[in-house]
Write a protein that binds this ligand. Sequence first.
Ligand code: CU
Length: 443
Amino acid sequence: MDRVLNLLPLLSLPAAIVLIFALPNLSRETNKKSLLFFIVSIHVMTVGAILAFFLVTIDIPAIPNTKDLLIYGGALIISAGLLWLYHGRRIRILENRLPQFSIRIIRGAVYFVLVFGVAITGLVVSQKMSEFPGRMNMVHHHTADFGGGDSSSDENTNAHHDGHDSNSDSKPISVVELKGPQTDIPDKKYVLYAETKKIRLASGESIEAWTFNGQSPGPELVANEGDLVEVRLVNKNIDSGVTIHWHGVDVPNGEDGVAGMTQDAVMPGESYTYRFVVKEEGTHWYHSHQQSSIQVQKGLFGAFIIHPSSQHETKTMDTTIVAHDWIIPDGRNIPALDTADTFQRKMVNPGTPVRLRLVNAGNLTRTFSLNCVPFKVIAIDGYELNEPGTLTTSLLRIGGGGRYDIEFIMPDTSVTLAMLIEDKPLGIVYSPDGHGKRNVLDE
Ligand SMILES: [Cu+2]
């Protein structure tokens, strides 16, 4: 809609002018006026196309607004007027004399350099404008949330301020002050060491991984709803620095682990302590948020499970399976469930309730199937589903970073969980004797 509203007038109006004014003149005898119409309308069409090109590639319109319509429509109309004057004058001059061939060549070259220069300058300027600054000040955005701070200190903001705030005379709060409880005794305490380590996949393939505590996925963090969790991150030897972001878990902004925004990256030899109260029960995960596309790929991630506070001991077999793609130096991509890049077998007693927490730690959507047992998807991205139906052959597509919790009662036959990959599926066969045959659902 946005592009239609902005682009259509730019392209269709000049085309209409050409159709109405210029084309009929082609068949008639050429006089000065019709020549002018002809040249100007063609040029206006070119201007429309250039504006449209600019809109499609650089100033991509978001929500249709009158400002855009006026700017681009106005540019078109003004160009048409200027072209009319210019060509009118040119035709008058040309009637009297034709410039020399060499002058026309030079003039053409000058125009070309001018247009090319403007285009290159535009590209360079827009590229520069789209760069992130080296350091962001979180309170100097056009619409700012001051978290109780004073909005009047920045006249660029539209932030609402009621004037009755007890903090209204104070400075804006720095993000580093937005922390969890600092002095209370934590209910759960973890230390995560970020370090390089060679890990071995089930196939025997060894990977130069970046790990938490020498393993990838890192240790599974487990807490109960309402717990104060403390995690100390120690960077042993990850040269580019590390942070931890709690994917799916709502934490005070200063604990969010976004390098360059809420904290500085933790450099080798340094440590950083996160403290926050967890409120979102469910299946979540954590990962480094310093150069995350590289660091998560190399292995700096793990599952983060938050149980409901009311949950008591059950006989449910509750397991987390983290899907990840390893890229090895020869460029091959090795998908794996935890560290299993081959089919696995597991023993489960018939009648056991099984909860599989599937985490997709990759950035591509992955398709899973569960075969030979009716099952339910009981939660997605940590949120429980309301009265989920029973599924049998449904494929489960989990987006990058997404989580599905599925539940079934173990039958006395084998059940196959599979991640469907083009050349060879990957998965786990659950069976009463641990030797069940795999039976992968076709996509
Ligand atoms: Cu994330």
